[in-house]
Design a protein around this ligand. Structure first.
Ligand SMILES: [Zn+2]
Ligand SMILES: [Zn+2]
Length: 98
C-alpha cells in the first residue's frame, strides 16, 4: 500500500496517483519521500531494502544493500502480497568509530 504524503490516504500499490487527492505517488508517497530524504542525506552512504518475514518471493529477491545510484523504487514492481508491498528503506550511515 502507498500512503499519500499530501492527504494521508492509502492507495493500492498499482495506482500511479493518489486515489483520494490525485497527487503523483512517484513523488508524494511515503516511499518516494523517504527515498528522496535518504538520497539527499550526506551521512547516508548506502541504503538497505528490508523486507518483512511474510514478504513475497519478488520482494525477497530485492532485499539487500544498494547505493544511492542503483536504489530500486518501492513498492516493489510485481509484488504479490495481497496486502501490498511491505518493504521499506533503511539507511546505512557513515558512522565514525573511535
Ligand atoms: Zn492524496
Ligand atoms: Zn512483495
Amino acid at each position: 500500500m502507498q500512503i499519500c504524503n499530501k492527504c494521508n490516504q492509502i492507495s493500492p500499490d498499482s495506482e500511479p496517483n493518489c486515489i483520494s487527492c490525485g497527487a503523483n505517488l512517484s513523488e508524494y508517497s511515503e516511499f518516494a519521500i523517504s527515498r528522496k530524504k535518504l538520497i539527499e542525506n550526506s551521512r547516508v552512504t548506502a541504503i538497505r531494502i528490508s523486507v518483512s518475514k511474510s514478504a513475497c518471493p519478488t520482494c525477497r529477491q530485492i532485499e539487500g544493500v544498494y547505493t544511492k545510484q542503483n536504489l530500486p523504487t518501492l513498492p516493489v514492481e510485481g509484488c504479490s502480497n495481497p496486502n501490498g508491498c511491505k518493504c521499506h528503506y533503511a539507511p546505512i550511515l557513515d558512522e565514525i568509530f573511535p
